[in-house]
Design a protein around this ligand. Structure first.
Ligand code: AMP
Length: 210
């Protein structure tokens, strides 16, 4: 399964990518997680990315396209992968088309805007493995600690209210039009996000099998 998940920030694409990754036993390639890891490690890429990410803007296409192409060439992607957060605009989608990498389906997760803001403002992320939690709706078993790897949980810099607004604006301007792009190619699968993670995964699997 070679899958793209296309959804607004906070719609649960990272969490669903995690669930699908376990289900299909294929890796998730999250461009946001790769960039955050670079920021954490203090690399040159991380230093460049930080300026864009903390303002809710996209990192330049050339950088992202290179990261994704290199990552998809690694051995563990041979039997499939889930792209979480790429492509995010038309130039990236066209670059992916040109790369000759076949994609089986593009999944969208539909979640209402006010719910998205609510989810993002309570989100906690594991510093180590990137798993997402929520202060109210997906509390970790031990406060501040990741259930999956024991890593420390933090609030992402770009989950601050003023940045959330900019990220949503960028999403609607640049990423949402990709739905039409993939619909026209007959690749689009639409799932409606539920409040429960497991219920959303069931819906997603149903949609992918249809
Ligand atoms: P995410 O973890 O997917 O919400 O991504 C966090 C941030 O990383 C985004 O708001 C962008 O600033 C940057 N980013 C992630 N993926 C991309 C991409 N495909 N193109 C440009 N910027 C990206």
């Amino acid at each position: 399964m070679k899958l793209i998940i296309l959804a607004a920030p906070g719609a649960g694409k990272g969490t669903q990518a995690e669930m699908l990754s376990k289900h299909f036993e294929i890796p998730t390639i999250s461009t946001g997680a790769i960039l955050r890891k670079n920021m954490e490690d203090g690399t040159e890429l991380g230093a460049v990315a930080k300026n864009y990410i903390n303002e809710g803007k996209f990192v330049p296409d050339e950088l992202i396209i290179d990261i994704v192409k290199n990552r998809l060439n690694e051995d563990d992607c041979k039997n499939g992968f889930i792209l979480d957060g790429f492509p995010r605009n038309l130039a990236q989608a066209e670059a992916l088309d040109k790369s000759g990498i076949d994609i089986d389906a593009v999944l969208t997760l539909e979640v209402k805007d006010d719910e998205i803001v609510e989810r993002l403002s309570g989100r906690l992320e594991c510093k180590k493995c990137g798993s997402s939690f929520h202060k109210e709706h997906r509390k970790p078993e031990i406060d501040g600690i990741c259930d999956n790897c024991g890593g420390e949980l933090r609030v992402r810099e770009d989950d601050k209210p003023e940045v959330i607004r900019d990220r949503l604006k960028t999403y609607y301007e640049q990423t949402e039009p990709l739905k039409e792009y993939y619909k026209n190619k007959g690749m689009l699968k639409v799932a409606v996000g539920k409040s429960e993670i497991k219920a959303t995964t069931q819906e997603v699997l149903k949609v992918l099998e249809a």
